[in-house]
Ligand binder design. Structure first.
Ligand code: ZN
Length: 117
């Protein structure tokens, strides 16, 4: 298995995810591993319609952020497993993760048997 190839793909995805996260959220100042959604910046004199738009925007951002953050954490964890020499080993049952599964998703933490568990 060419771990360096997966490391490169994961590192590139991490960078891309950080850029995407920065468009809908900001890092929690008290917990750098946590991101919080940010509403669009608007002026102080926003009228009630703008405020409704702002809340809607915030809800959208929060939903997008949740998905991005989940993926980001998977990618971070996969990179950590490379550093620990545990990459490619199923976290559920210690099986070797199938290479085609890693090709499809380099952040996969489980083998095909445990992928839905
Ligand atoms: Zn497994």
């Amino acid at each position: 298995m060419n771990i360096e190839q997966f490391r490169t793909r994961l590192t590139e995805e991490k960078t891309a995810l950080e850029a995407e996260l920065a468009t809908v959220g900001r890092k929690n100042p008290s917990n750098p591993n946590d991101w919080e959604a940010t509403p669009e910046e608007t002026g102080l004199e926003a009228d009630p319609n703008d405020r409704a738009d702002q809340m809607e925007e915030f809800g959208n951002n929060a939903a997008i952020l949740t998905d991005l953050e989940r993926r980001y954490n998977d990618v971070i964890a996969a990179i950590a497993r490379i550093e620990d020499g545990m990459y490619g080993t199923c976290i559920a049952g210690d099986e070797t993760i199938e290479e085609d599964r890693l090709e499809a998703d380099p952040a996969a933490a489980t083998c095909k048997t445990h992928m839905n568990g």
